[in-house]
Design a protein around this ligand. Structure first.
Ligand code: NAD
Ligand code: DAU
Length: 334
């Protein structure tokens, strides 16, 4: 199989490439990545037989010939960070909407199978005490420039399936954790701040809930959908990993030998979604997927070990990420 992986130098995409290289020796992999601040050549280091093309998914002249020679396109590339989207939405509109449109036109032209990677954030948020979780039938209700551009990209895919017969599947996953996640994101930010002798930064009251899944479980699910998913269908991916941010910070502090209250509350994110929770029944019952890393505690401990052992990977990004936060004013103590 000839695979085109967009965003393959980012967090989830690079883990997808590693997993694919390990488990599917006969796959030819091409990565298309613009190497924004979030793309990292080091994330693909040591991999054999991976062709890496530096280019923009919104550039049809780059995209078209690469799609033409692929059997399957797996589209991870995105601007992915909510805080950045509040600071400057424009790259989110360009990459997440125009970029997806450009890929869809190319897969339409060349009749190539397409899998679209999306997020549970398209459904907005839940109350802490809501009994319902997100399902494939939940109405779209995104909150941020990031999640609204992801929602728009999902709708483009659905329209291209219905109007043009594009052979696409979609997946909407919850919060991923694991190796090679950019230090701007919640878990790596806190781990690397503690490694630097600092204190974790918790937005608002810290009671917001995220539904954590190990990145390899997400990527195994993506392969399950590519192999057995029904064209035109959406699958929600989640591993029943709901946890408050406060609980996660305390887990990290405990694993790293620090006191449970050794963190700072800081000003909340504007429009901050309260809770995400995924019901992944369709993926489990129709396609037979189950997570391999259901224990968040041991997955988190392994992730902490990875950041301890791989300082040369994250160190070059740390100061710039913290500077961006300082510029975004999410630093004042409550
Ligand atoms: P990331 O920010 O770590 O990586 C994004 C990658 O896309 C980077 O390598 C970047 O260089 C590349 N990129 C950005 N703009 C590009 C462009 N115009 N052309 C080509 N490449 C470009 O993101 P991630 O966390 O790995 O997320 C990957 C995908 O998964 C995204 O679509 C995101 O919406 C989705 N997702 C993420 C999570 C999560 O918890 N991180 C959960 C569900 C879904
Ligand atoms: O739900 C899937 C989404 O998960 C993906 O679509 C996004 O690409 C991904 O970034 C992630 O979005 P979140 O906004 O949930 O992730 P983030 O890591 O930015 O924050 C997780 C939670 O932690 C959120 O409630 C905000 C909070 N937070 C974050 C940071 C960076 C803090 O309390 N302190 C922090 O320093």
């Amino acid at each position: 199989m000839r695979l085109l992986v967009t965003g393959g130098a980012g967090f989830i995409g690079s883990n997808f490439v590693h997993l694919t290289r390990k488990n599917r020796a006969d796959t030819e992999i091409t990565v298309l990545d613009a190497f924004t601040y979030a793309g990292n050549h080091a994330s693909l280091a040591g991999l054999d037989r991976v062709r890496v093309i530096e280019g923009d998914i919104a550039d049809a002249a780059v995209v078209d010939p690469l799609v033409a020679e692929a059997d399957v396109v797996v589209h991870f590339a995105a601007e992915s960070h909510n805080d950045n989207s509040l600071d400057d939405p424009s790259p989110f509109v360009r990459t997440n909407l125009i970029g997806t449109f450009t890929l869809l036109e190319a897969v339409r032209r060349h009749d190539v199978r397409y899998h679209h990677i999306s997020t549970d954030e398209v459904y907005g948020d839940l109350e802490l005490d809501d009994e319902q979780r997100f399902t494939e039938n939940t109405a779209y209700n995104p909150s941020s420039p990031y999640s609204s551009t992801k929602a728009g990209s999902d709708l483009l895919v659905r329209a291209w399936v219905r109007s043009f017969g594009v052979r696409a599947t979609l997946s909407n996953c919850s919060n991923n954790y694991g190796p090679r996640q950019h230090v701007e994101k919640f878990i790596p930010r806190q781990i690397t701040t503690i490694l630097d002798g600092g204190r974790p930064k918790l937005y608002g009251d810290g009671l917001n809930v995220r539904d954590w899944i190990h990145v390899d479980d997400h990527n195994e699910a993506v392969w399950t959908i590519i192999d057995r998913g029904e064209v035109g269908q959406t699958y929600l991916i989640g591993a029943d990993g709901e946890r408050s941010n406060l609980a996660v910070v305390r887990d990290i502090l405990r694993h790293m030998g620090r006191a449970p209250d050794d963190f700072d509350h800081v000003t909340d994110r504007s429009g901050h979604d309260r809770r995400y929770a995924i019901d992944s029944t369709r993926l489990r019952t129709e396609l037979g997927w189950t997570p391999r890393y259901p224990d968040f505690g041991s997955g988190l401990a392994a992730t902490i070990d990875w950041y301890r052992a791989n300082e040369p990977w994250w160190r070059p990004q740390k100061a710039a990420a913290e500077q961006r936060y300082a510029g975004q004013q999410i630093i004042a103590s409550r």
